[in-house]
Design a protein around this ligand. Structure first.
Ligand code: FES
Length: 930
């Protein structure tokens, strides 16, 4: 019997494989708009309509679709290509960032509206929280999605006039809403082999033997790779411009495993199923070793040593104490500072492991392509990475390959948040591809994302703050212990950064820090939005609130009195960072926004009887680019048709750099964004780019772009002057021509003239920026909250965020970054936690057990941009992708303190934890009352 399924009106007769889900069936037939996000019906990225009903196609057996009609996001538009109204609304509102979730939201909304027979553009959202229960977005904070559902138009069209400062929609918008944007795995590679990984069941063990013979006998298995096949060379999975920033403590496959979930072997087969079966057949003999999962214990003498045999050569600070990195410093004398204080507050704060949870998991596809010069083949690695160039560097170093033998390219990346500033898959896939000379793919499952990728570093922060009666800070002291997990990727960097701006934002004559990045036998931590600052900011901003209250001062007045000023140096206990200075100052404006929010608060939301309410603020400061060098190249070229080609190295994963780079180029060349094509995130397109991390996309790559575009504008005028014989200073550039004292030469004509002279090189220009000097950006978050003492239920009544992003290149996009950052931080503040058992094994390896913020969890945040212009950033801009995260947890706990009188010192603030604290407080009060 024929299968007889109709997909977007096209018949397909091939029977599905046994047990195959509809999502995989559709993707194998090229419907790549159906995304794979979780395998469990939790994220909704795979939503399609079956006979008009929305279903999670990852849970829907393909065989059940027999004889039915399936619509994917690609099939929503009319045959003439007219967008479905819901697609159009997502485009108009820019209801997405990375866009990986968008197809799912579009399909859910379309089905909802069909069912109701009306749109939501009357402002009535109905039961959207219920309708969107099955769809997750990690990037937007849901406001942009809600606006799309409402039919609110935000995005301007690319042809609109002067570009910088406009709310231009993402160039990839039409592809995102129609499901035709190509992410990492949306490619059809002939002859592709699939990889699966066998992972360690032990927290610490030596591999004595691996028997692969049974695995190799599984039909379809091509290779089984073990530590014996892997290079002996040690490296770090973390990617930084300078590899010396991280300890070299990792092997592609090791003969010692250091956490439950570490890869032990890789099986490559014709299908995922055969590779999985191969993994099951591998027999490993382990010698179990003692393990430690607590960082304080790990530092004690006699604790199991996790990286025996390594040391200073691998840049591990104290291997015998499991200290990957440490920093100690003092300015002034903290003892003296605390002695002169009228109030001293001392407390210990704790933060938990959090997963990036980008909806696109880690993965890559490696394959061989003919070299352009016809001298053989070279390896191409298509990866879900934030760092194509640094990934190529790592692969070349590991496998002894010259750089021209390897190309690394990223498609559109489905979210990163720092998690993809690592080499977690490309190394093992390259090993297999080089061995087999066949294309190989590895795509993490959602579960692997939790135990095989990285997390935010859990921190313990002991803090002491002293102040005089007049509210002048006298001393700040912190002891920071960051758990880097089994490997030191980003460990020293995160630790170092965590005690930078969090200290420097407050003036105090005496400051001291002791910070440690400590190995444990747990899943490795890594880079994550904020890079350590959110953890220490939680402690610092909570402490400032406490000290102010103990002095009887308004916490905002106290902050205003003690924060860094526009002419101040950036001083931490480690010293003065000469490269970092306040090139623009908007913190005063941030404080004013918060003050006005407090004084003019008109919260109208009804607070149920008996609930307590409170308000709280926190501040944050962040350097606008990473230290130690962050480099970007850009090239702008006039093309034969009179349009421009912009080449940049940085990756687009929802951060919006594509739009901003085009806007900057259009501004410099006096043209419109639609006349600029972009090639990016590909090691072939420019000389080098450190990567899309450290909020560098606008301030570093953007600066390279403006330098290139300005240079080309000058060249075009020079060429036009020569061509027309008119002095150069009389030539001006517009959208399609150069006007030289009334003689207009179109850009096409100019190109033809240059071509005739063999002078095309004059119509291209490069830009380079090294990310130095660096400025700082500021953020302030304010919440008004309500809490039910009977149940611990919390509600956010109002959320206000002030962001000093300098001259904002694209307010629509920047607002999305802020909203997304606040939403992500609220998840970490309230409920997200990667939990481990006593052996360090992750017990929350699914969205269902981890809990990501859903539509119903996230309030609308009022976002305000300050009016500043930065002298170091491109066109006055500062970065704003990481920093909105940082003040959220302390602003929330400060509000909760205001409501309850309880100082919460540990995240997440789960409802049961809050309820328990309030119950204990009530018990204490009743005990002490007569
Ligand atoms: Fe929703 Fe990225 S835009 S997950």
């Amino acid at each position: 019997m024929n299968f007889g399924i109709q997909v977007n009106g096209r018949p397909f007769e091939t029977e599905p494989r046994a047990g195959q889900c509809l999502r995989t069936y559709l993707r194998e037939r090229g419907w790549f708009g159906v995304k794979k996000g979780c395998d469990a019906g939790d994220c909704g990225a795979c939503t399609v309509h079956v006979d008009g009903e929305p279903v999670h196609s990852c849970l829907y057996p393909a065989v059940r679709a027999r004889g039915r009609s399936v619509t994917t996001v690609e099939g929503l538009a009319s045959p003439e290509g007219e967008l479905h109204p819901v697609q159009q609304r997502f485009l108009d509102a820019q209801g997405f960032q990375c866009g990986f979730c968008t197809a799912g939201f579009v399909m859910t909304t379309a089905a909802l509206e069909e069912e109701k027979g009306r749109t939501h553009d009357d402002g009535k959202l109905g039961d959207l929280p219920r309708a969107f229960k099955g769809n997750l977005c990690r990037c937007t904070g849901y406001r942009a999605i809600e606006d799309a559902v409402r039919g609110i138009k935000h995005a301007e069209r690319p042809g609109a006039g002067a570009a910088v400062g406009k709310n231009l929609g993402a160039p990839a918008g039409p592809q995102v809403v129609t499901g035709t944007a190509r992410y990492t795995f949306d490619v059809d590679v002939p002859g592709l082999l699939h990889m699966k990984l066998l992972r360690s069941p032990h927290p610490h063990a030596r591999i004595l033997a691996i028997d692969t013979s049974a695995a190799l006998r599984v039909p379809g298995v091509h290779a089984v790779l073990t530590h014996e096949d892997a290079p002996a060379r040690l490296y770090s999975s973390a990617r930084h411009e300078h590899p010396t920033e991280d300890p070299d403590d990792t092997r592609v496959l090791d003969d010692v495993v250091r956490f439950v979930g570490q890869r032990v072997a890789a099986v490559v087969a014709d299908s995922e199923q055969a590779a999985e079966e191969g993994c099951r057949r591998i027999e490993v003999t382990y010698e179990e070793l003692p393990y430690v999962t607590d960082p304080e214990e790990a530092m004690r003498p006699g604790a199991p040593v996790i990286h025996t045999g390594k040391g200073s050569q691998e840049r591990i600070a104290r291997v015998e104490n499991n200290v990957a990195g440490e920093v100690h410093g003092e300015i002034g004398s903290v003892d003296d500072g605390l002695a002169e204080a009228a109030v001293v507050y001392e407390e210990t704060f704790r933060t938990q492991r959090v997963q990036h949870a980008s909806l696109e998991t880690h993965g890559c596809v490696a394959y061989f392509e003919p070299k352009e010069d016809g001298t053989g083949q070279r390896l191409t690695v298509r990866s879900s990475t934030q760092t194509p160039f640094l990934t190529r560097r790592a692969l070349c170093a590991l496998f002894g390959l010259p750089e021209d033998e390897v190309r690394v390219v990223a498609g559109r990346v489905g979210g990163g948040f720092g998690g993809k500033q690592e080499v977690l898959v490309e190394d093992i896939v390259t090993l297999a591809a080089l061995r087999l000379r066949r294309p190989v793919k590895l795509e993490f499952t959602r579960a692997e994302q939790f135990y095989g990728a990285t997390t935010r570093h859990p921190f313990t922060i002991g803090i002491k703050v002293g102040a005089r009666t007049d509210g002048t800070l006298t001393a700040i002291q912190m002891r920071v212990v960051a758990d880097t997990g089994a490997y030191g990727n980003h460990g020293p960097g995160v630790m170092f950064h965590s005690v930078g701006e969090s200290f420097a934002i407050y003036r105090a004559p005496h400051k001291k820090v002791d910070a440690y990045s400590v190995y444990t036998n747990t899943v490795p931590s890594g880079a994550f939005r904020g890079y350590g600052l959110s953890q220490t900011t939680f402690a610092v901003e909570s402490a400032m609130d406490e000290v102010a209250r103990r002095l009887g001062m308004d916490p905002l007045d106290f902050r205003e009195k003690n924060v860094i000023g526009p002419g101040d140096h950036m001083i931490t206990p480690i010293g003065h960072d000469e490269d970092l200075y306040i090139a623009s100052y908007g913190l005063d404006q941030c404080l004013s926004i918060v003050r006005s929010a407090i004084t003019k608060d008109r919260s109208t939301e009804e607070v149920p009887e008996g609930w307590l309410t409170g308000q709280g603020t926190a501040l944050a400061m962040i350097a606008t680019a990473p230290p130690n060098g962050h480099y970007a190249d850009a090239t702008v070229t006039l093309l034969a048709d009179g349009t421009y080609d912009l080449a940049v190295g940085t990756a687009e994963f929802g951060n919006g750099t594509t739009t901003v780079h085009k806007q900057i180029t259009a501004g410099a060349l006096h043209t419109t964004v639609d006349r600029i094509g972009i090639r990016q995130s590909d090691t072939d397109v420019v000389r080098h780019d450190t990567g899309a991390f450290g909020s560098a996309g606008t301030v570093v790559a953007g600066k390279a772009v403006i330098l290139a575009a300005d240079s080309l504008a000058g060249r075009l005028k020079t060429f036009a002057a020569r061509y027309t014989g008119v002095p150069r200073h009389l030539c001006t550039l517009d959208a399609e021509a150069v006007d030289c004292a009334g003689r207009s030469v179109t850009l096409k004509e100019l190109y033809e003239a240059a071509h005739a002279q063999g002078a095309e090189a004059e119509l291209t220009a490069d830009g380079y920026w090294g990310g130095s000097p660096r400025s700082v950006a500021f953020n302030a978050q304010w919440f008004r909250v309500a809490v039910d003492p009977q149940t611990g239920e919390m509600r956010i009544l109002r959320s206000v965020h002030a962001a000093d992003a300098g001259n904002v290149m694209n307010p629509l996009q920047c607002r999305g970054q802020v909203e997304g950052g606040v939403a992500q931080a609220l998840g970490a503040t309230l409920f997200e936690a990667v939990r481990i058992d006593e052996r360090g094994e992750v017990t929350t390896a699914a969205f269902r057990r981890y809990r990501l913020p859903q539509y119903a969890d996230v309030p609308r945040t009022e976002v305000h941009f300050m009016e500043t212009s930065d002298s170091t950033g491109p066109l006055g801009a500062k970065s704003m992708s990481e920093s909105p995260f940082n003040p959220v947890a302390p602003a929330f706990t400060n509000a909760l303190y205001d409501a309850t009188g309880i100082r919460f010192t540990e995240t997440p603030l789960t409802r049961d934890r809050v309820w328990l604290a309030m119950r204990r407080q009530a018990a204490r009060r009743s005990e002490s009352s007569p």
